[in-house]
Design a protein around this ligand. Sequence first.
Ligand SMILES: [Ca+2]
Ligand SMILES: [Ca+2]
Ligand SMILES: [Ca+2]
Ligand SMILES: [Ca+2]
Length: 128
Amino acid sequence: MRKHIVLGIALALSSTAALAASPTFNTLDSDGNGDISKDEFYGSVSDWGTYSDWDTTGDGLIDADEFGVLTSSWDVDWDYDPWDADGDGYLDSGEFYDGIYTTYDLNEDGHWQNGEWDDAGEAGLWDI
Ligand SMILES: [Ca+2]
Ligand SMILES: [Ca+2]
Ligand SMILES: [Ca+2]
Ligand SMILES: [Ca+2]
């Protein structure tokens, strides 16, 4: 019983710290295996509000205009169409994070290694 309470407090503290600080490679690599899987990325990145930051209309979707603002702000040259996997003209959060993840998975092995993470950070996705 006592163990459970202590563990609960430790988890609460660590998740608060993760939210307050800039995300780091180690924060995202929750299983500590040296790369960031898609699940690890999805699990943490949604807490930072990145998607909602770019959804300026607040409809829960990123349209081509919002995407255009993002790419010019980050100074990147990304095509909207391949990101919109189901072709409905909007990016839902899954398509958005998939697009980011795939863009920076340079060796296309389905995992982010440290260098790939750095590249995404330098593009302005997070402060490093
Ligand atoms: Ca990992
Ligand atoms: Ca929107
Ligand atoms: Ca879509
Ligand atoms: Ca990779």
